[in-house]
Ligand binder design. Structure first.
Ligand SMILES: Nc1nc2c(ncn2[C@@H]2O[C@H](COP(=O)(O)OP(=O)(O)OP(=O)(O)O)[C@@H](O)[C@H]2O)c(=O)[nH]1
Ligand SMILES: [Zn+2]
Length: 365
């Protein structure tokens, strides 16, 4: 179906074997939208057009209206990181004919006045989110909890990178403090982002075909870290745009950088201001300690605020609980549109069905 010689190139812009397998499966169930589709990755979304990448060069493209309409009807949109099938017409213009199902999406909520919330997809198909936080004044376990929750609700694996280790005498203690906030299996590292350290410390997440995004406040060290991980330093990421491809081997689209190891980093402005998409229910699930203790509260519907006999207030650090409540309020305040609410009910139902099945398994075995 595809030219296999393309696959090596696509690997360099994030095509993993797992993604490829998912796409093949999807395409076995879908009629091919065009005769000779090329598999390409979206590296930038503009108001009118898109930039696609074939692993060698950026290609300006447009979305076929039918594709836009269909995505819109599903409350979805094309985003940086998406994989698509596109075809070139007789005029040499690229048109996107099909968007392949993303394995995950980081989305953001925008409030439009009082009662309308818009979901904006920022990036798709991400393997790892590097949560970047400086060990200087930027250091805030509460903010980190927020990032961890938001990223995990989107199904993206977090790795915490504490930068400016060289400037912080308490680096080791803070690393321990952060490790205590992590879900099982997640990792935090402390580095001096100005040196070679990041590449070694992050090697497990930089395998060829991996896609990473960096999240963190301004000044946390995201650009410094990106430069430390890239095949060749990008002097000024902002100046390195699509038109500047001077035949270099590495990708030169502004928002997608290849690392020395063959992973790719997506850097998109949308990720810099963060109010990620998520609901209160899902939030509860990613604060595992709270979820674990809640059934032990005296009242079934305990909100862990002022109720007597609250096991959560007893067992969870006050600041962490306060932060949880804050995030929860935020998630609730994001009033959902009717459409979103229906979609959400559907996932909740599926989830609780799956959970019941799991419980049944446990009891049975
Ligand atoms: N000493 C030291 N300085 C660092 C380290 N990481 C980043 N810096 C410095 O911190 C400043 C901010 O780093 P940037 O990489 O620009 O931060 P950023 O997260 O990209 O910031 P925005 O682009 O505003 O989002 C720069 O002056 C870096 O040189 C580190 O590990 N050690
Ligand atoms: Zn309680």
């Amino acid at each position: 179906m595809f030219d296999l010689s393309d696959l090596g190139r696509l690997r360099g812009i994030g095509l993993s074997p797992a993604l490829m397998a998912a796409f093949i499966q999807e395409l076995q169930q879908t009629a091919l939208p065009c005769a000779e589709p090329a598999l390409l990755r979206v590296t930038e979304v503009q108001r009118e057009g898109l930039t696609l990448h074939d692993g060698v060069q950026p290609l300006p493209a447009r979305l076929l209206p039918a594709v836009r309409l269909q995505l819109g009807a599903e409350g979805d949109a094309i985003a940086c990181g998406d994989w698509v099938l596109a075809e070139r017409n007789a005029l040499g213009e690229w048109w996107v004919a099909h968007r392949l199902h993303p394995v995950n999406q980081l989305a953001r909520r925008l409030h439009d006045g009082r009662d309308k919330v818009e979901r904006v997809v920022i990036v798709s198909n991400v393997d790892t989110a590097l949560l970047v936080m400086g060990l200087d004044l930027d250091y805030s376990p509460r903010r980190l909890e927020r990032y961890l929750a938001l990223v995990r609700m989107a199904g993206v694996a977090p790795v915490v990178v504490l930068t400016k280790k060289d400037l912080c005498p308490a680096a080791e203690e803070r690393l321990l403090e952060v490790q205590a906030l992590l879900p099982p299996g997640a990792v935090a590292v402390a580095v001096n982002a100005l040196g070679e350290e990041p590449r070694q410390a992050l090697a497990p997440w930089l395998q060829p075909g991996q896609t990473l995004v960096l999240l963190g406040s301004s000044g946390a060290g995201k650009s410094t870290l990106t430069n430390a991980l890239l095949a060749a330093p990008v002097q000024d990421t902002g100046a390195n745009r699509a038109g500047d491809n001077r035949g270099r081997h590495t990708t030169t689209v502004r928002s997608l950088h290849a690392t020395a190891e063959g992973a790719c980093i997506i850097d998109t402005p949308g990720l810099r201001t963060l109010r990620l998409d998520g609901d209160a229910q899902a939030l509860g699930a990613v604060f595992e300690d709270i979820a674990r203790l809640a059934p032990l509260c005296r009242f079934r519907d305990c909100r862990h605020e002022a109720e007597p006999g609250c096991a959560v207030r007893e067992g969870v650090e006050a600041q962490r609980l306060r932060n949880f409540h804050k995030l929860e309020r935020e998630a609730r305040r994001d009033t959902l549109t009717a459409l979103e609410r229906r979609a959400q009910m559907q996932t909740w139902k599926q989830r609780s069905r799956a959970a019941k099945l799991r419980m049944g398994d446990k009891r049975g075995g």
